[in-house]
Design a protein around this ligand. Structure first.
Ligand SMILES: [Zn+2]
Length: 276
């Protein structure tokens, strides 16, 4: 997948805006459809670099969405990381020094296909301010995955999401990852809205799970700060290997067909439950 081509293709779907910039200065696009604020849904894809198949998946789901309820979608949050995974070191403008440090973090290998972090080797899904650094597998030094960063929201990409979440009143936030065919919900001891989370899992034929050892994720931050429903959806069979090839995109599209309309139905129901 050519990242610049993908980003260029976005302006034909819904309203295009930008939530901030990546570390390397690329504006992070957001697509919006529908009207108003009631029961607004936020979708985020490609938080982890090697899980980039979620970006074209979300774009195609946004294209088919024809409902009137409001939906915002950031198809590719970790643009720099996806570029590293798909095009390697030559795909990105880096100084020799930065190249050497990235190679060092990657154990000397020029194969970055399993990289999850952003270009600063910070894992965006453990960098948020939700019991930051307390999660299982958290690392305190730069790594292809699991590094929490120097402080919560140290990264431009995660900070852009924080600003968006803090300035909007989303009813439902759904982060797309791969793989395992699972839907994760809740945070810490809070497992409210299980009924709605289960409905999403059942609709997709995925297993519903809790995340007892997860901290610092986008879903974690949203759930902790708003007490609303945040979901992490892991697409693709566990039998596939990372990164999931684009030859599997059609089957994922088929599986997730109509899911945004379904999310907006759930969000409407939640809006009432939240007492808004
Ligand atoms: Zn992931």
């Amino acid at each position: 997948m050519q990242v610049t081509e993908f980003l260029d293709s976005l302006n034909s779907t819904g309203t295009l805006s930008y939530i901030g910039e990546t570390t390397l200065g690329t504006p992070i696009p957001m697509l919006s459809k529908g009207k108003g604020e009631m029961g607004k849904v936020l979708l985020i894809g490609a938080v982890h670099a090697r899980e980039y198949i979620t970006a074209p998946l979300l774009l195609s789901l946004m294209k088919e969405y024809d409902g009137e309820y409001p939906v915002d979608c950031i198809p590719m949050l970790n643009i720099d990381g996806v570029t590293l995974v798909t095009e390697g070191l030559n795909g990105i403008p880096l100084t020799m020094r930065n190249r050497i440090s990235l190679l060092r973090v990657n154990d000397g290998s020029t194969d970055f296909s399993l990289w999850k972090a952003n270009i600063r080797a910070v894992d965006l899904n453990v960098n948020c301010d939700a019991d930051w650094g307390q999660g299982k597998g958290n690392l305190t030094r730069p790594a292809p995955s699991g590094y929490i960063g120097p402080c919560p929201f140290s990264e431009l990409e995660s900070y852009a999401v924080k600003r968006l979440l803090d300035n909007n009143s989303y009813a439902l936030v759904v982060c797309y990852h791969s793989k395992g065919e699972e839907v994760y919900y809740g945070y810490g001891g809070n497992h409210k809205y299980k009924k709605q989370a289960k409905a999403v899992a059942d609709r997709l034929g995925y297993a519903l799970k809790r995340t007892p050892h997860s901290t610092g994720g986008i879903k974690d931050y949203f759930t902790l700060t708003t007490n609303r429903l945040g979901l992490t959806i892991e697409v693709g069979s566990d039998n596939l290997s990372h990164p999931i090839g684009l030859e599997h995109l059609d089957e994922l599209k088929e599986k997730h067909k109509g899911i945004i309309n379904f999310f907006t139905e759930i969000a409407k129901e939640l809006w009432t439950e939240y007492g808004l």
